[in-house]
Design a protein around this ligand. Structure first.
Ligand code: SF4
Ligand code: SF4
Length: 459
């Protein structure tokens, strides 16, 4: 329900957060099922040694994309924190969403073992209903752990594996550990996770500046409650114009048990519950909330929060560059891989010294999702393929080693006394889709010196 004051009507932040939580939950549950022709939107399969990204499959040998993904992740965190402070913590973090589900939905609304959603300080009552709350959360924790595993094991495989869990002990162990942790974390550790365990909480404050948006108590309007050393002066300010009523609705509702009137604190997860509480209290007096979501500069100068500034623009540009680089790298994906190794023998000279052979081991890998017939060509005059003589089929995702013999039937020697090392190009391709599935590799062909050929013939 909206609260109205002289500054207009405000939809509670909690309502907007619940809608955001709903969208995030639905997206998280649906995303693992999004696939086109067996290629997922995102999947990091250790099982099949593949990364699926934007419906393209990358083999583990192609993980040059990983650094770009990590750079993108860190830049996004820097950008988001500089711009919106701990917006992630209050609006998107699974820890916060799970706590709201357990504390506010299951314990308070569903079972009534917490008196009021507006008082998060009082612990819930113990008894049969508490056991029921733990059981309901345990089922949801298992669902959350399963959902998490679908980003590493596709749901179709997951349901097959779960029919025979003892033969898939790694997956089973993962589910037990994550479910157990979520039960302990959400029921016992609670917001202490955000305050003492989460590394992001420790580092985020260094990314803040005076224009970073955060939860702020307007001390100029409300009055001083704490001195500069964070010592309590009075729970209700005494100045004639001080607007804070000292009702402490903002303190009672705070899930991390802090008083935002003390100023910015590491424990604040930016959930804005206190802002909603104060909006209600001040709304009844026809005034605007004393706690707002704004930057400290905006509050002090009574202006709008400045979103466009050097740091945010710089992070925005860096983020865009990393995104473009990721797309460009993704577009250069090879649908087949080829590694070429020479065998230990340098060359073989035939009886009349006119045919020279070099042997290689070619390792082909089909990284496409379909079976293909492959062959290759040698890009060098006078050198031909002796073996294999025919194209061969490789199943989707499989590898194959091939012994390859190249032969030179004309004199390619460039030195009378020394062997000649020739650079040659190998072009390998899928016969049914040469436009898309084609790779170039360089290797060498060793042609013996005329002196060596003569010596061998005279033996
Ligand atoms: S002070 Fe408490 S209630 Fe207010 S935003 Fe921070 S964590 Fe939430
Ligand atoms: S809810 Fe508002 S009026 Fe009440 S104590 Fe907090 S800041 Fe003061």
């Amino acid at each position: 329900m909206s609260t109205c004051s002289t500054g207009g009507c405000h939809t509670p932040y909690s309502k907007k957060r619940y809608i955001t939580y709903g969208i995030i939950t639905v997206l998280s549950l649906v995303e693992p099922f999004l696939q086109i022709g067996g290629k997922h939107f995102f999947l990091l399969s250790f099982d099949k040694k593949q990364l699926h990204l934007l419906f393209t499959v990358f083999d583990m040998q192609e993980l040059y994309l990983m650094p770009f993904l990590l750079i993108l992740l860190f830049l996004s965190i820097f950008f988001m924190t500089t711009l919106g402070g701990r917006v992630w913590c209050g609006w998107s973090c699974p820890q916060t969403i799970f706590r709201v589900v357990y504390r506010d939905l299951i314990e308070t609304k569903l079972l009534g073992i917490r008196k009021n959603i507006k008082n998060k300080q009082k612990p819930s009552k113990n008894g049969f209903k508490k056991v029921l709350a733990v059981l309901i959360w345990s089922v949801l924790a298992f669902l959350a752990a399963s959902n998490m595993s679908w980003y590493f094991v596709p749901p179709s495989d997951f349901f097959t594996y779960m029919q025979d869990p003892l033969n898939h002990k790694v997956l089973l162990g993962f589910l037990i550990v994550v479910t157990g942790f979520l039960i302990y974390d959400i029921i016992l550790l609670k917001e202490d996770f955000c305050i003492y365990v989460c590394p992001y909480a420790r580092v985020q404050s260094v990314m803040f500046d005076n224009d970073t948006i955060q939860t702020i108590y307007n001390e100029d309007r409300g009055g001083k409650i704490y001195d500069e050393h964070h010592g309590l002066i009075n729970t209700k300010p005494t100045g004639e114009t001080d607007e804070c009523t000292g009702c402490e609705a903002c303190v009672r509702i705070c899930p991390t048990h802090i008083d935002i009137r003390k100023g910015m604190q590491l424990e604040c997860i930016n959930c804005l519950e206190c802002a909603d509480a104060c909006t209600k209290v001040m709304g009844k007096l026809g005034k605007e909330s004393l706690i707002t979501w704004a930057s400290s500069n905006a509050v002090q100068t009574k202006s709008k929060t400045k979103f466009l500034r050097f740091r945010t623009v710089a992070y925005g540009i860096a983020l865009s560059i990393a995104l473009v680089a990721l797309f460009l790298m993704g577009a250069t994906k090879e649908y087949m891989l080829l590694n070429i190794n020479r065998t230990a023998e340098l060359y073989k000279i035939d009886k009349d010294g006119k045919n020279i052979e070099n042997a290689y081991i070619f390792l082909f890998q089909n990284t496409d999702s379909k079976d293909h017939k492959y062959y290759f060509e040698v890009k060098h005059e006078g050198i031909a393929i002796k073996k294999p003589t025919k194209p061969f089929t490789l199943r989707a995702g499989s590898k194959m080693k091939k012994v390859v013999i190249l032969s030179a039937n004309k004199n390619l020697s460039k030195h009378p006394q020394e062997d000649t090392i020739l650079d040659i190009d190998i072009e390998a391709f899928a016969l049914d889709n040469k436009e898309k599935i084609i790779v170039d590799r360089e290797t060498t062909f060793v042609y013996p010196s005329p002196a060596t050929i003569k010596k061998r013939l005279n033996k």
